[in-house]
Design a protein around this ligand. Sequence first.
Ligand code: C5P
Length: 414
Amino acid sequence: MKQQRILLIIGGGIAAYKCLDLIRRLREAGASVRAVMTRAATEFVTPLSVGALTSERVFTDLFSLNDEQEIGHIRLSREADLLIVAPATADLIAKMAGGHADDLASTVLMATDKPVLLAPAMNPRMWLNPATQRNVAQLRADGVHFVGPNTGEMAERDEAGPGRLVEVPEIIDAANKILAGRRGSPLARVGARPLAGRHVLVTSGPTHEPIDPVRYIANRSSGKQGHAIARAAAALGARVTLVTGPVSLADPPSVDVVRVETAEQMLHAVQAALPAGIAAFAAAVADWRTASAPREKIKKSGAKPSLELVENPDILATVGKSRSGRPTLVIGFAAETENVTSEAAKKRKAKGADWIVANDVSPSRGVFGGDGNTVHLVTADGIEDWPTLSKDEVARRLMLRAAEFLRHSAAAAE
Ligand code: C5P
């Protein structure tokens, strides 16, 4: 079966170091990778490290006449199934949009007849500059594919906004989409299942806390985001246990579903489902339950009832702070109506979570029950603002990031 051949063009930017990981991942997925580096790129990563990972010689502007005879730039660009430009700098994008060919990278890009995928990375002001936006629109119109940039903090500490290079799995995912349809793509088989062999535990939906046999305390959670996470994790190859409160959603395919009603039942089901590599607590667990619920329905004709409430166990905090059997990655959610990210950052520490997915659930946002979501990912490294996405896309990105986190923590442990 023919391998996918990737020609990776590395632009000069601080994010160029991520290319090393990208090359490794592409090769793990069965692709062969040949790299072209701009002169500026060689200031950020060395051709030696790139060559060690590609196991091929690296082409730079020092490309000599001899090389040109051996393998011309036309062949270089044609002997690939896909060209990936990462990081795609403002300058490379401008050259492409203008049709310039004054160095090896731009010449190869001009000469190719293969699909091209750009992963931009630059300062937010450079990305938002009308010239860059014009060039991007031109390239899109020319049929060039884009992935990202993401929004978040930049290498320059006090800068934030759109311009971050997307994560490596997102590049692989975008490459897969372009290459899709080519049967037997090794990329499609391996790269698309980064959670294979992992157990992912997800909580979803509201809980119902009984007042009497017919009445209960509930909340407006639809379970859509939690169910989407379970579905995304399964699609990325994980074994998934979904512990869900009462919802009116279909069970996600290929997922073990455990149905519960109360917070206490949810906690027990979660503990029974551990161990897991990733636990995502998306359920809207009731903070309180009634101290006791009578066996008989409370009569309207009797004395006006008063409810005594007691606090429910905090499932996220219980698992996040547990000493043994704690999942490698514990993800909590924070639905806030004000000071969204600062409250989420506090919650991350207080509950022992690694990440908090924070969102604004003011009624005007329509998050509860809706299909869209605008979230901020709060991690130990800072806060990332994600664009408004469907709940499915939030789930997919989150699980791709989670796969990356596990891979890095496994590498660190080795
Ligand atoms: O404190 P708050 O309810 O805003 O925290 C939200 C996060 O904590 C969510 O991830 C939710 O699933 C989790 N949680 C929990 N058990 C509770 C309350 C919240 O797991 N009793």
